[in-house]
Design a binder for this molecule. Structure first.
Ligand code: ADP
Ligand code: MG
Length: 576
């Protein structure tokens, strides 16, 4: 049983105050928190009219005595903390003693409760904050809170409530999020029309995860755990191609409390890195168990935000954990592209190709180091077991047959990935490649960009660009990293100048990464360019050596595999 006390002035004044009850879903949140804190193992929520007419939460928890019932609707009356110091070791979901009085002030509330070791229970009725009655009553052990006619005394607020459908959706969302980590509790959400959600107690978190994420995503999740000093992190990561256009499925639980945190969202996105396209967000559920003295939960009235004392350590740990997990689980190995014995002419690294821009394109010379041709019998083996390049689709996609099915590779994205990693490695090792033009190239820039470029000449020279101010707005480019030799300058400048303008030091960190991404994109073979079988092989072999073959530096997929079962379902050879 609880013993509720009213917090003294000192503690009360340190509590983050604010509006807690905005809509029916806030009532559901607060009442669920209370039932969980009361150690219930069965919690049933019933709503009518999207919670606008009724929210009723029944639990079989510790219950309240008559005295507790009278106190629980007072402001700052709680059984969960006493002293200011308790604010730094909060182990319960509630702690401020504000929810019940706030709810009671804006609706008609009836609380019926009985502690298991009491013979009779009590029912308390309140409307608009005023006590109407308190009676003895027979009742099962536990507590039932009924909240009717939300905002009956605040007609304007009532008007701002949304349609029944919308309020119901919001309630379902809150309900599924709060219940997720409490596997030992049987949760039920019902309406007049029947059961909306039934979550029996279960050993397996995945059952609950599939309620929120859907069965498909839930079954594709990979799980990892780590422990470090004051915290333990248990996380579930969906494959990058399950990403969404909103960050609403990055779910963070801190000591089982669902909270939102920008830093953690950022850590997750950074951890997925280039596997995500711009504006896409992964689906991730993170459970952080942390010493309560290392966090501050008392900063947001609805307790949905948190402050970490070691935010930076936590951030770095998360990023590196997720990065490693990504590498382990979602690095799709690109199969060996076997040389094709029927390939027409052997690939010549020096044979110049003509680019769309009319310049010469030397694929292979600077980036596609072709491997020496292999012995014929070995080739024969590979052809029998291994994948084989079939051809090129729309001069854009490389088509291969693999053991598992059909592989389509986007040639531009693949080459971008190869160049990106090559440049990255070179720059990291501080040995940039550079190649001189026979005749220096001229760059004409705007007056504003001239200043930008002037300020960056020294940095650029460390990256292999030898550029000289020729006068006016003209620059002479004597040498560049070899991948840029055959570039179409104008579009390249359009993309590179903003990076030079916005970043202070482009020779390091993220700024360098941006620069390399632009370089790789412009240096890579274009879609629409015809390639020989040998060139395609070289490309695939190089791709296989990269760390992240599945995604280009912008996060777009490099290849897509169609496995035989999928193909056979497509042709109705096997039942779908
Ligand atoms: P808080 O949860 O922050 O303490 P509330 O206003 O939500 O504040 O609740 C006040 C007190 O009422 C709680 O501290 C708890 O002792 C008691 N209480 C509320 N709901 C329940 C419940 N379902 N079962 C048992 N006790 C409850
Ligand atoms: Mg509470």
């Amino acid at each position: 049983m609880n013993t509720i006390r009213i917090l003294n002035e000192d503690v009360a004044s340190k509590i983050a105050a604010g509006e807690v009850i905005e809509r029916p879903a806030s009532i559901v949140r607060e009442l669920l928190d209370n039932s969980i804190d009361a150690h219930a193992d069965r919690i049933t929520v019933r709503i009518e009219k999207g919670g606008k007419a009724l929210v009723r939460v029944a639990d079989n928890g510790v219950g309240m005595s008559r005295d507790d019932l009278l106190l629980c609707i007072e402001r700052h009356a709680t059984s969960k903390i006493r002293e200011v110091s308790d604010l730094f070791s909060i182990a319960t979901l509630g702690f401020r003693g504000e929810a019940l009085p706030s709810i009671a002030a804006v609706s008609r509330v009836e609380i019926t409760s009985r502690p298991a070791d009491h013979l009779v229970g009590h029912r308390l009725s309140i409307a608009g904050g005023r006590i109407r009655s308190l009676d003895e009553t027979g009742s099962p052990p536990g507590t039932i809170v009924e909240v009717r006619d939300l905002f009956f005394n605040l007609p304007v607020r009532r008007k701002f409530l949304r349609a029944v459908r919308t309020e119901t959706d919001l309630i379902q969302d809150v309900f599924s999020r709060i219940s997720l980590p409490f596997l030992r509790i049987h949760f039920r959400l019902e309406t007049r029309d029947g059961i909306l959600m039934n979550l029996p107690a279960s050993e397996d978190l995945r059952n609950r995860l599939s309620v929120i994420l859907g069965r498909d995503t839930a079954s594709a999740l990979v799980q990892e755990e780590t422990e470090s000093g004051s915290f333990r992190l248990n996380f579930y990561l969906a494959p990058p191609d399950h990403a969404r256009s909103r960050a609403d499925r990055i779910l963070l639980y801190v000591n089982n409390r669902p909270v939102k945190d920008k830093l953690v969202t950022r850590a997750v996105i950074e951890g997925y890195g280039q596997r995500l396209m711009k504006g896409r967000y992964p689906q991730v559920v993170l459970f952080l168990e942390i010493d309560p003295s290392r966090i501050d939960i008392n900063i947001h009235p609805a307790k949905q935000e948190i402050r970490f004392r070691d935010a930076q350590t936590l951030f770095r740990t998360m990023v590196s954990m997720i990065e490693q997990a990504m590498k382990r689980h979602f690095a799709i190995p690109i199969p060996d592209a076997s040389p094709d014995p029927w390939a027409p002419s052997p690939f010549s690294v020096d044979r110049p190709l003509v680019t769309e821009a009319g310049g010469e394109y030397r694929i292979g010379k600077q980036d596609l180091q072709s491997e020496p041709p292999e012995a014929l019998d070995h080739q024969q083996d590979l052809v029998e077991e291994g994948p084989r390049i079939i051809g090129q689709l729309k001069n854009t996609y490389i088509i291969c047959q693999t053991q598992e099915g059909l592989l389509l590779v986007d040639q531009h994205a693949a080459h971008e990935r190869i160049l990106y990693e090559r440049l990255r490695r070179r720059f990291d090792e501080a040995r940039p490649e550079t190649q001189f033009f026979l005749i220096p190239q001229q760059w004409e820039v705007s007056i504003a960009d001239k200043e930008v470029l002037l300020g960056k000449l020294e940095q650029l020279s460390r990256l292999g660009f030898d550029i000289e101010h020729f006068g006016g707005e003209t620059f002479l480019v004597r040498s560049v990293p070899p991948v840029l030799l055959d570039l179409n300058w104008r579009p390249f400048l359009v993309d590179i100048l903003p990076v030079l303008r916005e970043e202070k030091d482009v020779t390091r960190g993220r700024a360098l990464d941006r620069l390399i991404t632009v370089m790789a994109c412009h240096g890579a073979i274009r879609a629409g360019k015809s390639l020989t079988i040998q060139e395609m092989q070289t490309l695939l072999n190089e791709l296989r050596k990269t760390d992240l073959p599945a995604h280009c530096p912008h996060g777009r997929p490099v290849f897509k595999e169609f496995r035989y079962p999928e193909i056979e379902r497509m042709f109705k050879r096997i039942p779908t």
